[in-house]
Design a protein around this ligand. Structure first.
Ligand code: ADP
Ligand code: ZN
Ligand code: MG
Length: 478
């Protein structure tokens, strides 16, 4: 059966570390890194008799996320113990939420490249604590435990199995990241593990009602690996089925180097977490007033901001969509626009040349080494005719390597545009005398010849001549 006859089903469980100052059940700091085991206390190290106290900020942040993702917020909720044994979990249970999560029945809307919109259901969002970290000794003598991360607050956002392609999963995860950034509840630094996803995937024949058996890849923290892993897994699952095999429900490990998935355990012995209500914490009761207050104070979300860009700055839907997808990029755009008063130009630079360079260097918008002021100044220099837009592109390249004011770069490199009339005239006369054929072509009505001559003049001046002035001068002198 051809591959087109299969449909892909994907569901994501996204873990986001909340950017509260202190941990979820103690007052240790949540700061990433630090000397191992320095952000710890008897509570997060699970000393006998130490008791947890719920950090109220965690509730506030989780409710914020729930509201931003259109969920209903439970007035009655509680914490549960999820029991499992692993050396990064000193209590041998994780305090999480089982049957009464804080948020349920939400959705987020994704926009596909062709403009089609789709709602992805969010089953639940619950709060829980992060585990510590194992540092495996390079010499194979053992593993070292670092409990700095133990007790850092997390929300887990569980999606419905609503995604039907790798692209949808990618857009969905980016949307989740963007919402969390806008409401400022997580820094979403994927390379530091602040945002990571368990990726569930199955395939089924088109028209088949029941879902196929899924496999799961845990703790993925890069968009690229998630897409690669999903592509691989789709092919693998279809191959197995086409060859008469069956998919086993199991946890797989994605190996970045070989580009393959591997079984983590021989057979998934369905884990029994023996959940029960956490006896050391009181149930969570939220008043209407508390929830309404958070709802009222929600900041502008990507969707609203996008509409504002379309109305206020006359950007296209596509431009507005791309800019607002990243809060950082969109904040950058607004600051740049405030200074340059030219939203269209700031948008064009960010979405074309800046985006291209970021992409080449595999950087995120957050990694732009220059400021919105710098970009605004660059645009101003083109507007004033100090540099051509061609030279501006070179200036931008330098801004990535050696970030400083564009005017300084231009001065140092001697890139100021030639706008001096006599200088332009001199160049034009030289090019005319060197290209008699093109001159006579132009005189015989071949407009193309003018473009060629201007091009020659630009070449001769290494792109520094003012193109408008060249145009006029050529016409005048020919
Ligand atoms: P857990 O992994 O903790 O057992 P669930 O059974 O609730 O939790 O499922 C977890 C995730 O797997 C959810 O995001 C859900 O959408 C997704 N999922 C469930 N069934 C399938 C399936 N057949 N194919 C793909 N994803 C699925
Ligand atoms: Zn602590
Ligand atoms: Mg799971």
């Amino acid at each position: 059966m051809p591959r087109d006859d299969y449909e892909v089903v994907i569901g994501l469980e996204v873990h986001a570390e909340l950017s509260t100052k202190t941990k979820i059940f103690c007052s240790c700091e949540t700061e990433f890194g630090g000397e191992p085991n320095t952000h710890c206390c008897p509570v997060c190290m699970a000393m006998p008799g130490a008791l947890p106290v719920l950090n109220e900020k965690v509730l506030e942040y989780a409710v914020k996320a729930g509201l931003a993702m259109n969920s209903s917020i439970s007035r009655d909720s509680k914490n549960d113990r999820k029991n499992y044994f692993y050396p990064d979990l000193p209590k041998s249970y994780q305090i999480s939420q089982f049957d009464k999560p804080l948020c349920e029945h939400g959705y987020v809307e994704i926009v596909k490249p062709d403009g089609e919109k789709k709602k992805i259901g969010i089953t639940r969002i619950h709060i829980e604590e992060d585990a510590g970290k194992l540092n495996h000794d390079d010499y194979g003598r053992g593993s070292l435990v670092d409990l700095n991360r133990a007790g850092v607050p997390l929300i887990e956002i569980v999606s419905e199995p609503d995604m039907r392609s790798v692209e949808e999963a990618d857009i969905y995860l980016k949307k989740i990241k963007s919402i969390l950034e806008y409401i400022e509840v997580s820094d979403c630094k994927m390379q530091e593990g602040s945002l990571r996803a368990d990726v569930n995937i199955s395939v089924r024949k088109k028209g088949q009602k029941e879902f196929g058996t899924r496999t799961e890849m845990k703790n993925m923290n890069s968009f690229k690996s998630i897409s690669r892993a999903l592509e691989y897994e789709i092919e693998r699952q279809i191959d197995v089925i086409e060859n008469g095999g069956i998919i086993e429900q199991e946890t797989l490990r994605w190996d970045e180097v070989s580009g393959k998935t591997f079984s983590m355990r021989d057979k998934e012995d369905a884990q029994d977490y023996r959940y029960f209500p956490e006896p050391d914490l009181v149930p969570i009761r939220l008043s209407e007033e508390y929830i309404e207050n958070i709802r009222k104070n929600l900041p502008e979300l990507p969707e609203t901001r996008k509409q504002r860009y379309i109305n206020e700055y006359k950007l296209t839907e596509k431009e507005a969509n791309t800019l607002t997808a990243s809060k950082y990029l969109s904040d950058f755009f607004e600051k740049g626009t405030q200074i340059s008063k030219n939203p269209k130009a700031v948008c064009n630079w960010l979405l074309s040349d800046v985006a291209r360079i970021l992409n080449e260097k595999e950087l995120e918008p957050e990694d732009m080494p220059f400021t919105p002021d710098n970009l605004a100044e660059l645009i101003g220099l083109i507007e004033k005719g100090t540099i051509s837009s061609k030279i501006a592109k070179d200036v931008l390249e330098v801004m990535f390597e050696d970030p400083k004011e564009p005017s300084k770069i231009i001065e140092e490199k001697g890139w100021v545009q030639i706008s001096d009339e006599s200088a332009i005239k001199e160049i034009v006369l030289k090019i005319i005398s060197e290209n008699p054929q093109s001159v006579s072509d132009f005189k015989n009505g071949k407009d193309k010849a003018l473009g060629f001559l201007v091009g020659q003049a630009m070449k001769a001046t290494k792109g520094k001549a003012n193109p408008q002035m060249l145009n006029t001068m050529f016409k005048e002198l020919m």
